[in-house]
Ligand binder design. Sequence first.
Ligand SMILES: Nc1ncnc2c1ncn2[C@@H]1O[C@H](COP(=O)(O)OP(=O)(O)OP(=O)(O)O)[C@@H](O)[C@H]1O
Length: 269
Amino acid sequence: MTLLDVAGLTIRTGGRDLVSGVSFSVEPGGRLGLIGESGSGKSLTALAVLGLLPPGMTASGAVVLDAPGAGRTDVLGAGERRLNRVRGRAVSAVFQEPLTALDPLMRVGRQVAEPLRRRRGLRGRALRAAVLAALEEVRLADPERVARAYPHEISGGQRQRVAIAMALACDPALLVADEPTTALDVTVQADVLALLDGLVAGRGMALLFISHDLAVVARVTERVVVLRDGRAVESGSVGEVVRAPRHPYTQDLVASARHLDRALDWRTP
Ligand SMILES: Nc1ncnc2c1ncn2[C@@H]1O[C@H](COP(=O)(O)OP(=O)(O)OP(=O)(O)O)[C@@H](O)[C@H]1O
């Protein structure tokens, strides 16, 4: 069975192809990384999977999500009502900047409560307990305090944990994570990555993980697709691609990741 099937995805605007004929699939519980430099089409591909392409862009090819309990959805052809039902239950997302997922004027607790109320029908005490449980699950040390805080009153790492809690609130079959640790301090990047890794594993969720950083992608995914200028230039298991990259572009990515590794090793006392 395939949970997400992307076939010949092409995204264009103003007569220009930004993504050209990209294909990949994700099995239930599978983990796929999309890697490529800035502008290679990673984010647009992720937005197409979520049915969130910006106005003025047209997509062709197929994006099909087939999640248990949510049915089979042709994402590119679906209307907003259908997409709203699919988002949260079949697929949800974490983005680079957690503030995009959070309303600056609303306390964190109320924001986390919203998907739990809407999708799980929780109210009153049960809802409050579920909010605190969701914040605890993303290992926020003082969930009561975080629930009462406004987004600007907590750190970037804490905000990203809240965004993760919101994305997982409805137990989606697929999590799309678009550069989820890129905007964070280096010291918290590894923690948030390990958290995401553990939560996805614990729930048997599938993961579509997007990053420009091969070392990060290699840590959390099993297979990778390398994008360059909107085209998939190489794909395979993480091991194959890292050990024996075929495309010169992938060879460069691997070489610079090794270079960085060595530089860091060298600095480690
Ligand atoms: N709203 C838009 N209108 C026009 N062009 C866009 C728009 N959004 C993205 N693009 C262009 O589409 C191409 C792919 O962008 P995309 O954001 O998917 O790249 P990316 O690989 O995710 O890069 P980054 O890591 O910088 O986000 C780029 O050339 C970008 O300039």
